[in-house]
Design a protein around this ligand. Structure first.
Ligand code: IMP
Ligand code: MG
Length: 184
C-alpha cells in the first residue's frame, strides 16, 4: 500500500498548529458575525475541492446558525503547480442576495480564484462578502488580493495536505508540507 506520508519532504505547519489557528480564526469570525447581526442569513461558501477539510473544521467553531453552499473552481489542472486561471465550474449558487457570504478557500496564491468568486458573489447583491483562507503565499499577487481572514502567511512554496493537493493526491495528509522532488 502506498502511504501519503512517504512523499513528504518537510512539514511546514503541523496539525496542532493548524487546529490552534483554526480555533482563533473561528473566534474572530464568530465575533465579527455577532457584531453585524442584523437577522440576515449567513452562508459559508467553500471553494471545492481544496477547502473541504478547512471548512469542516472552521464551521464547527462557529456558534451561529449558518448554511453552507459550495462552488467548484479549477485552477491547477492535473499536475500543474502554477495557476492556470480560475474557472468556475457550473453555476454559482443562487440566492445569495441579502445574505452575509463568507468565501472559504485553502490558499491564496495568484489571487485569481478569490477575486473571481468575490466578483461573482457581489453581482448577486449580498448583504456582505468576506473571504477567509487558511494559507497565503508571501508574494505580491496574494498579498494584494483583498481577504479579510488569513490563517498563515507562508513562503512561496508548493504545499500539500489538509485539503491541498498535487494531482488530486495528498489532501488527506493531516499536516501541511512540501513534496519530495521525486514525488512530482
Ligand atoms: P489562486 O487562484 O492562484 O490564488 O490559487 C488558488 C488555488 O490554487 C487554491 O484554491 C488551490 O487549489 C491552488 N493552489 C495554489 N497554491 C497551491 C499550493 O501550493 N498547493 C496546492 N494547491 C495550490
Ligand atoms: Mg486545488
Amino acid at each position: 500500500m502506498v502511504r501519503v506520508q512517504g512523499d513528504i519532504d518537510a512539514i511546514l505547519i503541523s496539525r496542532e498548529q493548524i487546529a490552534e489557528r483554526v480555533r482563533e480564526l473561528g473566534r474572530e469570525i464568530a465575533g465579527d458575525l455577532d457584531a453585524m447581526d442584523d437577522g440576515a442569513e449567513i452562508v459559508l461558501l467553500p471553494i471545492l475541492t481544496g477547502a473541504v477539510i478547512f471548512v469542516a473544521d472552521l464551521m464547527r467553531q462557529l456558534p451561529q446558525k449558518v448554511r453552507i453552499k459550495v462552488v467548484t473552481v479549477s485552477s491547477y489542472p492535473g499536475t500543474a503547480t502554477s495557476s492556470k486561471g480560475a474557472d468556475i465550474i457550473g453555476a454559482l449558487p443562487e440566492e445569495l442576495g441579502g445574505k452575509h457570504v463568507l468565501i472559504i478557500d485553502d490558499i491564496l496564491d495568484s489571487g485569481q480564484t478569490i477575486r473571481a468568486i468575490r466578483a461573482a458573489v457581489e453581482a448577486r447583491d449580498p448583504r456582505s462578502v468576506r473571504a477567509c483562507v487558511l494559507l497565503r503565499k508571501q508574494i505580491e499577487s496574494a498579498m494584494s488580493t483583498p481577504c479579510e481572514y488569513v490563517g498563515f502567511d507562508i513562503p512561496d512554496r508548493f504545499v500539500v495536505g489538509y485539503g491541498l493537493d498535487y494531482d488530486n493526491y495528498y489532501r488527506n495528509l493531516p499536516d501541511i508540507g512540501t513534496l519530495r522532488p521525486e514525488a512530482r
